[in-house]
Design a protein around this ligand. Structure first.
Ligand SMILES: [Zn+2]
Length: 146
């Protein structure tokens, strides 16, 4: 079977693809639109606040779920030239409330695990007593020193 070979003559007019970095520098349709309409802005309301979009940035101003304090967040959407720019929900809690909330969740998880371990230990102890086995001490072979 004769395999066709690519010669230097074939490569002469070939277009080499742009590297990823070079491709990012090429202005997209969105970039051209932003360059042609620099002062255009959009605003819209969300469940807990409102968003202001201007020059490839989105600024969120909302109220905290717990203390009704101001919650702000800015996002650079100019980096997202193709594809969706809905980058998840806007923050619900202000920074102090967020810290308090995460600490509350952590404490609840610790308490849950502690209760689960205590329950397992109690179950183990009742079974051990039922069969008349010695107490299990970590690091001590009770079966050797009866
Ligand atoms: Zn708050």
């Amino acid at each position: 079977m004769d395999i066709p070979r690519i010669t230097a003559e074939d490569r002469k007019h070939a277009v080499s693809p742009l590297s990823r970095q070079d491709a990012k520098r090429v202005a997209s349709k969105v970039d051209r639109y932003r360059q042609e309409n620099p002062d255009e802005f959009h605003t819209w309301d969300t469940a807990r606040g409102s968003v202001f979009q201007y020059r490839g940035w989105r600024f969120y101003y909302g109220s905290c779920r717990d203390c009704s304090d101001l919650v702000t967040k800015s996002r650079d959407i100019s980096r997202y030239k193709d594809g969706p720019t809905n980058l998840g929900r806007w923050p619900v809690l202000c920074p102090p409330c967020r810290t308090a909330n995460s600490q509350r969740i952590q404490a609840a998880n610790l308490a849950r695990i502690r209760a689960l371990r205590a329950e397992e230990k109690a179950k183990r102890d009742t079974q051990r007593e039922k069969y008349g086995l010695p107490q299990i001490t970590p690091g001590y072979r009770s079966d050797l020193y009866a």
